[in-house]
Design a protein around this ligand. Structure first.
Ligand SMILES: [Zn+2]
Length: 339
């Protein structure tokens, strides 16, 4: 698919964190209407490692996936995990150094190494390393995060162009992340400085909902109003169906959330009439499909009662069918936005 369509259409990208959408084969994933997925640089760095992925021909070849692959920079995971007890590490002017609890290896993630890793993974759309921090930043901390994010984005772009010949040579796109916490003026400042450097896309970074779970619409508007329209405008981590609609109205065109697949595995299914909890006892004799308006493999062949029964018994097939349904539901929401 032509990557330029990422700047024009709406897309929902399931998280294939480690190069797989849990419980789905690549064929099943395609059948949900999914055209783009997002993988995680940090998790793939730790296992199997960028050199192994490159040796195996890249993540697309490994997955047998001919759609679009995004990578994130690893910034969000580094900075959110790094302060946990298991992940010992520190963030510094040059990036982040941390020790993985998996094998105990020490890694250094810099703007340049983040680009190198994403190139080796073989994704189509790269993201610059950003200084992502906790939710409740004070203004001083948010200013520091913005300054560092701009500096690192510049280093990422320089490295992508000097080392790899940029988009012209690789055919890949480079996007950046706009920080600024919950200060709209800092979001604006960050967006303007990044536009000055020039990227294919501007991703809304940090936290997309406030402490009460409300979408941070003012901060999102401050970004959209300051970036060109013909770019990728990715609302990272958005979200619930109603939040996708709100973010699309603000001007974002790309979305991802772990909720859709995670909720499926926990038995919460999205339907045209609201959410269903498949574990509830009222499902036990319900002969209707999960959603009579859905044509997915789950809704075309099985009853709510059967999915309920399988979930109660921990059958992996139920998790596959639930994931297929939720993703199909999200993709049909997106195709309505595109029509
Ligand atoms: Zn369905």
């Amino acid at each position: 698919m032509n990557l330029e369509t990422l700047k024009q259409k709406y897309f929902f990208m399931p998280d294939a964190t480690r190069g797989a959408v849990r419980y789905l084969t690549t064929k099943q994933l395609k059948e949900t209407g999914t055209e783009a997925i997002v993988t995680n640089t940090l998790h793939l760095l730790i296992h199997p490692g960028p050199d192994v992925i490159q040796e195996l021909g890249g993540i697309k070849k490994m997955m047998g996936w001919d759609g679009i692959v995004f990578t994130d920079s690893g910034g969000f995971q580094v900075f959110s995990l790094i302060h946990s007890k298991k992940w010992k590490g520190k963030v510094h002017e040059n990036g982040a150094t941390f020790k993985s609890p998996r094998e105990g290896n020490v890694y250094e993630l810099t703007p340049e190494s983040s680009i190198d890793i994403q190139i080796k993974i073989g994704s189509d759309v790269l993201v610059c390393l950003d200084d992502c921090r906790k939710t409740d930043l004070n203004r001083y901390e948010a200013e520091q995060s913005v300054e560092r994010t701009i500096k690192w984005a510049k280093r990422c772009k320089d490295h992508f162009e000097k080392e790899y010949g940029g988009t012209a040579k690789t055919g890949k796109l480079l996007t950046c992340v706009v920080q600024g916490a919950n200060f709209p003026d800092l979001r604006e400042k960050c967006a303007k400085a990044l536009v000055e450097i020039g990227f294919d896309g501007y991703n809304f970074g940090g936290f997309v909902v406030d402490s009460e779970g409300r979408l941070v619409e003012d901060e999102m508007s401050a970004v959209i109003e300051n970036v060109p329209k013909d770019t990728i405008r990715y609302a990272m981590g958005v979200g619930k169906p109603e939040d996708i609609l709100k973010a699309a109205k603000i001007g974002f065109n790309l979305f991802d959330t772990v909720l859709v697949t995670r909720n499926a595995r926990h038995g919460t299914l999205y339907t045209s009439e609201g959410e269903l909890r498949m574990g509830n006892s009222e499902m036990a004799l319900d002969k209707r499909p999960v959603d009579s308006n859905c044509n997915c493999e789950c809704c075309s062949n099985y009853t709510r009662a059967y999915i309920h029964h399988m979930m109660k018994n921990g059958e992996a097939t139920a998790l596959t069918l639930a994931t297929i349904h939720n993703l199909t539901h999200y993709q049909s929401l997106i195709s309505k936005l595109n029509s």
